[in-house]
Write a protein that binds this ligand. Structure first.
Ligand code: FAD
Length: 385
């Protein structure tokens, strides 16, 4: 077994690290304060090839796989958890899904813009009354002959107010439950009777906009359908198994950042005549953080490797997401504690890491939902796909 990254993977990792340190870190505090989402930064990430992973060359792929995407998202999230979201919103969500299920026309029309970062992507499944229970959604697209007519709303959609083109999951045949769900490519700015609004009460991820989309008879062209009517649930689960890994990579980055910040402070801060890192209980806190971070790293990289090698990976992806997001929250919590009162101050990064980390336990399936997937496969109730 070889745990070494290739020279190319190390270069990819280093490029992302430098980008995060040079392009994001210097202005992050102010941008966080202003809840600023920068289109120019998404484009720059596109220019650097961040959104070209796991795509064939003919569709803009640069020879990178899921592992490269994970390495880059991890490095970016070490500096800002907000800025790891575009990996999912451009590449692992919309671009990969349209590469897999789209027609050649859809692929040609939409994928280049997502890869380049010139077209802001998103995916919408969550509704006010259905989150974990995806098949419980009630937003409907009715076939009106020449077009599809949308009624209903989506909530908690990343990039809702910024999106140029993204994936929308709705019911086309509600009686058939999950078999009546369909996937569409939605271009919100080209659709009348669609109102998108930002959610301004978010606890963290202040540079990653999240919002609502309300459809009041909005019309979608017939060719907006992705796959066949009724394919939506299958497409959605396939997509989530990819974007879940992106989230796990982000969590790995946050856990690492919290560990670094805690170690740095523990070595500097002196109490009872010695650095607090020489007090056994602080050492135990750091040891636990290190253990959880390293085990998350193994799980996340392995899930990426399985994907890159075309192996079943749903089980491993959920293990990775569960471990990494719980490790991130625990590490950020311990980091705040190790900082004492300063952990409770916005002058130090600990509180932001904590606020951002909490989102990771919720998105792409909550920790409980990951446990359902893991135990379902472990008990033989479902195959590992
Ligand atoms: C920052 C952020 C960004 C997001 N971005 C997107 C996006 O881009 N697109 C999108 O569609 N959605 C997005 N979401 C929504 C997110 O995916 C949902 O919030 C998530 O799936 C949980 O749904 P819910 O909030 O309705 O919680 P619920 O499903 O109501 O769950 C509430 C609680 O009940 C538990 N629970 C529910 N069912 C079960 C069960 N069967 N067994 C055990 N426990 C259960 C859950 O684990 C949770 O603790 C985002 C959310 C956040 C916070």
């Amino acid at each position: 077994m070889n745990f070494d990254l290739t020279d190319e993977q190390k270069l990819v990792q280093e490029t992302a690290r430098e980008f995060a340190l040079n392009d994001i870190a210097p202005t992050l505090v102010e941008e966080e304060r202003n809840h600023e989402f920068r289109l120019d930064r998404v484009r720059r990430m596109g220019d650097l090839g961040f959104f070209s992973c796991a795509l064939p060359e003919s569709l803009g792929g640069a020879g990178f796989g899921f592992l490269e995407s994970v390495l880059m998202a991890e490095q970016v999230a070490r500096v800002s958890a907000s800025w790891r979201l575009p990996f999912n919103m451009q590449n692992l969500g919309p671009a990969l899904t349209v590469a897999k299920f789209g027609t050649p026309e859809q692929q040609e029309r939409f994928i280049p813009g997502w890869v380049a970062g010139t077209q802001i992507g998103f995916f919408g499944m969550t509704e006010p009354e259905s989150g974990s229970d995806v098949a419980g959604m009630t937003t409907v697209a009715r076939d009106r002959g020449d077009y599809w007519e949308l009624q209903g709303s989506k909530i908690w959609v990343s990039n809702a107010t910024q999106g140029d083109a993204g994936l929308l999951y709705v019911m086309t045949d509600p009686e058939r439950k999950h078999r009546g769900m369909s996937a569409f490519i939605l271009e919100p700015k080209k659709v009348d009777d669609l109102v998108a609004t930002d959610i301004e009460t978010k606890l963290g991820l202040h540079c990653a906009p999240t919002g609502e989309m309300a459809f009041h008879g909005a019309k979608l062209p017939k060719d907006a359908l992705l796959g066949e009517p009724g394919d939506g649930f299958r497409i959605c689960m396939w997509q989530l198994n990819n974007t879940r890994l992106g989230c796990a990579a982000g969590a790995l980055g946050v856990a690492g950042a919290a560990l670094d910040a805690a170690v740095g402070y523990a070595n500097e801060r002196t109490q009872f005549g010695k650095p607090i890192s020489q007090h056994q209980m602080v050492q135990a806190q750091i040891a636990e953080m290190a253990l959880e971070h390293e085990s998350a790293r193994m799980l996340v990289y392995r899930a990426a490797w399985l994907k890159d090698n075309g192996r079943p990976n749903q089980y491993e992806t959920s293990l990775a997401k569960l471990q990494a997001s719980e490790a991130a929250v625990h590490a950020a919590n311990e980091c705040m504690k190790i900082h004492g009162s300063y952990g409770y101050s916005t002058e130090y990064p600990a509180e932001r890491l904590y606020r951002d980390a909490k989102s990771l336990q919720v998105v792409e399936g909550t920790s409980n939902i990951q446990k359902l997937i893991i135990s379902g496969i472990a008990c033989g109730h479902a195959p590992n796909r």
